[in-house]
Design a protein around this ligand. Structure first.
Ligand code: ZN
Length: 343
């Protein structure tokens, strides 16, 4: 089978011919139909300091996928050949404290497909049953494969009240854009969306964001003050950029008593005025990592199946599997939403 493999401790990846794996005893072998590229894959491909610390080549890349079960292991009970499936990127342990009390998204024994163990950028993918979810056949593989990052956005947006709430989404990378789509689908908004690039702000506008602001040129705090009750700020801030300036701004954009959900990952510590910007404002500040397992997946499935949530404006490029290097360069340029590779 074909596989995109991180073969060396350095930038790049190779298209390799590998043997088709066996399904795990408690899992399935999936024939992959579509995969999408995560920022994490981009970090692994570029071999940045995080990847250098974490990844041990050789490893088959990728963790966002949709496909069809072709073989089930002997102890697999819930899946059979022909099932149309996708899966969670975090392979959690199932026995730690967090896993056992319904917080498996912060399992400290998590292994990530395509990072710590072989991933899905291949014709076939062997995956444990516990990480697999059945898709609605009305949802195409090109959409079904993005559920892992879409789930980050669902988790972030729905981590508190959102219906009828004013919302700022800081950072319009694919997950920020997904978040705008989710907020609008469930009756949140108006939405203030910020980013540094016109390409992604145009998508934000098409998704229905009422206020689209380019940073650093536009005065985001003034725009939010002008459009919110008594100029006090938005009910909810979804921080998706990881930029230190945006994280600091997130605290100021939220109204007193509001919520700030932080998902973007800063590369170094960020200074905050905890007294003025968090405590005296009575903010709820929460870290968002991964997806609630598996609550987020079922909520997302319902939103996609109902047709209420349409993420297709964010899926800007569909490319053949072999053109992964071109896809990585597109991501580097910033002139793309989510890129799907088809097999
Ligand atoms: Zn665990």
């Amino acid at each position: 089978m074909r596989a995109i493999v991180k073969t060396e401790r350095g930038a790049g990846a190779e298209l390799r011919d590998l043997p088709v794996p066996k399904p795990p005893h408690d899992g399935v072998l999936v024939r992959i139909k579509a995969v999408s590229i995560c920022g994490t894959d981009f970090h692994v491909y570029n071999w940045d300091p995080w990847a250098e610390h974490r990844v041990k080549p050789p490893v088959t890349m990728g963790h966002e996928w949709a496909g069809e079960v072709v073989e089930a292991g002997p102890e697999c009970t819930s899946l059979k050949p022909g099932d149309y499936v996708s899966g969670e990127s975090h392979w959690v342990c199932g026995h730690c404290l967090q896993c056992r009390i319904g917080q498996a998204h912060v399992c400290q024994n998590t292994r990530i497909f395509g990072v710590d163990v072989d991933g899905c950028f291949a014709d076939y993918f062997a995956v444990p049953e516990a990480s697999v979810l059945k898709n609605d056949r009305r949802v195409s593989p090109q959409v079904a494969c993005v559920q892992d990052p879409l789930g980050n956005a669902v988790h972030a947006a729905l981590a508190g009240d959102i219906i009828g709430k004013t919302v700022a989404v800081l950072g319009c990378g694919p997950i920020g854009l997904f978040a705008i789509a989710v907020v609008k689908a469930v009756g949140g908004g108006p939405v203030w969306a910020t980013d540094t690039g016109d390409y992604r702000l145009d998508i934000a506008r098409r998704l229905g964001a009422e206020h689209v602001l380019k940073v650093p040129q536009d005065d985001v705090e003034a725009a939010v003050a002008q459009g919110t009750e008594a100029g006090h700020g938005v009910d909810v801030v979804l921080e998706m950029s990881g930029a230190p300036s945006a994280i600091q701004q997130a605290m100021r954009l939220a109204r007193p008593g509001g919520r700030v959900s932080l998902m973007g990952i800063p590369s170094k510590p960020v200074m905050l005025d905890i007294a003025e910007d968090v405590i005296f404002k009575g903010l709820t500040v929460q870290g968002i990592v991964g997806r609630r397992l598996y609550e987020t997946w079922y909520t997302m499935k319902a939103l996609l199946s109902s047709g209420r949530l349409d993420v297709t404006p964010i899926l800007t490029h569909r490319m053949p599997f072999e053109e992964y290097a071109e896809a990585m360069e597109l991501i580097r340029s910033g002139n793309c939403g989510k890129i799907v590779l088809t097999l």
